[in-house]
Write a new protein. Structure first.
Length: 423
């Protein structure tokens, strides 16, 4: 029997802007110590299919908004052949907006962002890995940290938490207008492909390094990215524009929720960087901004502004075909033009201890966009933290500066998928 679902507040924004150069597809991967067994991976996927009804869906076109519908087609795992975070064509994917891929020692999931955010995808991947290892005959326990098939689907996992925690806007408070950010430019690859370059560091070592500057890992890395981009800005002599990094914020940490759907906000942090500025000059300001913008009042305001737009009478009554160009303009004006790059930190992926002896690294990849051709994603398992850059331009100086500076204080292992010119 079919069941349909409304798209959550964030999910509605991705279909209108998606295309070959703006895939809206992010990726989580597990690099194992042993080669992947395709048949066992497919068995694990089949086993968890009904446990995650919000992942295995198809999108239907509605008059006013798109919506999700149950998909009864066979879901098939694939050997990876495309570059990471490529656009997902549902017509060539049995209607699904999700891909589960394998290549060598790597298992990867790629999600169209309307399905879920990084936190929801991480829960899905951990469960998939658990049953993959179980079906290999390995002795691994969940220790209460995973969503198991025998638990059944909770209504809390499918709720729209944006609607649950929505509060009407305080119209007496005018939102601060953010300036246009410095735009990273470069020479696009001939084909619409992504180069992925990943650095692996000690999570504890990076935490200690950040604390020497009274910063968190996220604010330290965001500051380092801003500093690295500012070197490119100097070459362009565009000092009037601030360098801004957009940081997704997991709202579940502030507003209690178990939803596997999207539930995130975005905090833009940045500053105008002078030619004489050092990384140590940038860190305090970015740490201060991030602290303010991730506190409950700021996140509530962000959520209220976005949900209130969806609830306005014109938004509910105007057909989607008419709304689409306005959504595209809004995404550009309020989103893309207000950032130089994005940095998503999924944090420590809490999993059973048995994962650490079987999974070498966990990786996250964030799709680049036309106005943000270099984006960054961070995650860690145990003490192994990965920092992955995705880019659609040939120039790699920003990434090289970032890792070179980090290597002055930490041991950094760097590897790449070698698409385009290498670093």
């Amino acid at each position: 029997m079919s069941k349909w679902y409304k798209l959550d507040n964030a999910a509605k924004l991705f279909p209108p802007v998606t295309g070959k150069s703006y895939s809206s597809v992010f990726r989580l991967s597990a690099v194992l110590y042993k080669p992947v067994d395709k048949k066992i991976l497919q068995k694990a996927v089949d086993h968890i299919f009904n446990r995650f009804p919000m992942m295995f869906l198809r999108m239907r076109k509605g008059v006013f908004w798109n919506y999700f519908d149950t998909n009864h087609e066979k879901f098939v795992v694939e050997e990876e052949r495309q570059c990471p975070c490529a656009e997902i064509n549902p017509e060539k994917n049995n209607g699904y907006l999700l891909k589960i891929l394998y290549f060598g020692n790597r298992i990867a999931i790629e999600m169209f962002h309307s399905l879920t955010d990084g936190s929801g995808a991480a829960e899905f991947l951990k469960t998939l890995l658990f049953y993959y290892f179980r079906f290999l005959g390995e002795d691994i326990e969940d220790e209460g940290k995973l969503l198991l098939t025998e638990d059944g689907v909770s209504a809390d996992e499918t709720e729209d938490s944006f609607s649950k925690y929505y509060e009407p806007e305080d119209k007496t408070v005018k939102p601060a207008r953010e300036p246009r950010a410095f735009r990273v430019r470069g020479t696009p690859f001939e084909a619409c492909k992504n180069n992925v370059t990943t650095g692996v560091v000690s999570a504890s070592g990076l935490s200690k390094l950040a604390k020497t500057q009274n910063a968190t890992i996220t604010s330290y890395l965001a500051s380092l990215l801003i500093y690295s981009i500012s070197m490119e800005q100097q070459r362009c002599a565009a000092f009037s524009e601030p360098v801004v990094v957009a940081i997704p914020v997991n709202l579940r940490k502030i507003f209690p929720s178990m939803t596997l759907r999207n539930f995130f906000a975005v905090a833009n942090v940045g500053t105008a960087v002078s030619r004489a500025a050092s990384l140590e000059d940038i860190i305090p300001e970015i740490t201060r901004q991030l602290k303010i913008k991730t506190e409950k009042p700021a996140l509530q305001t962000f959520m209220s502004e976005n949900v209130s737009l969806e609830r306005k009478l014109w938004s509910r009554l105007v057909p989607l075909s008419i709304k689409k160009p306005f959504i595209m303009i809004g995404t550009d004006v309020k989103g893309e033009s207000r950032k130089s790059a994005s940095l998503s930190n999924l944090g420590i992926l809490s999993a059973a201890p048995g994962f650490i002896s079987r999974v070498k690294y966990m990786e996250a990849n964030l799709y680049p966009t036309p106005k943000s051709p270099i984006n960054c994603a961070v995650c860690s398992l145990g003490d192994r933290l990965t920092i992955s850059f995705s880019r659609t331009i040939i120039e790699s100086e920003i990434i090289r500066r970032f890792f070179s500076h980090l290597a002055q204080s930490l041991e950094v292992e760097v590897y790449s998928n070698d698409w385009g010119r290498s670093m």
